[in-house]
Write a protein that binds this ligand. Structure first.
Ligand code: HEC
Length: 126
């Protein structure tokens, strides 16, 4: 019993969510529209920067967007992994940033990021 429980929790810790369950791009698009669309568009800066080309872009560098000093100083590139971390807890990834929003559900993060990734690659991300 103890051993089975330990095995399961080890498995859950090792398997990335994306492997445990395939991403759903259509769900990701709907989530983007409903959860991010109030502040972000794909092709225009609004309250937040345009996100249609965010995958592969250096953080805090979208042209003509007034970032917080913290995010404009960031040095990472937005990989799918960084985006998942950002959506889970933006403040943990970039302390002092200005996006007051997060996605608490790992499945939601996986699907939104898969949708953004599909825009960058032109390929369905599953
Ligand atoms: C309440 C408004 C708001 C919501 C909702 C919101 N964001 Fe943001 N987002 C921002 C702001 C403002 C920034 C700029 C933060 C800064 O300058 O520190 C930002 C920045 C970002 C960045 C960094 C982009 C770059 O160019 O470095 C990403 C990625 C991002 N948001 C993704 C999302 C996603 C995906 C969602 C939906 C799950 C979302 N955001 C929901 C306001 C929001």
């Amino acid at each position: 019993m103890l051993r089975a429980g330990l095995g399961l929790s080890l498995l859950a810790g090792v398997l990335p969510a994306a492997v445990a369950q395939p991403a759903d791009l259509l769900r990701g698009r709907h989530l983007f529209e409903s959860r991010c669309g109030g502040c972000h568009s794909l092709d225009q800066n609004r309250v937040g920067p345009a996100l249609g080309t965010v995958v592969g872009r250096p953080a805090g560098k979208q042209a003509d967007f007034a970032y917080s000093p913290a995010l404009s100083r960031a040095t990472h590139v937005w990989t799918p992994e960084k985006l998942v971390a950002w959506l889970a807890d933006p403040e943990a990834l970039v302390p002092g940033q200005a996006m007051g929003y997060r996605l608490d559900d790992a499945g939601d993060r996986r699907d939104v990021v898969a949708f953004l990734r599909s825009l960058a690659t032109g390929q369905p991300a599953h």
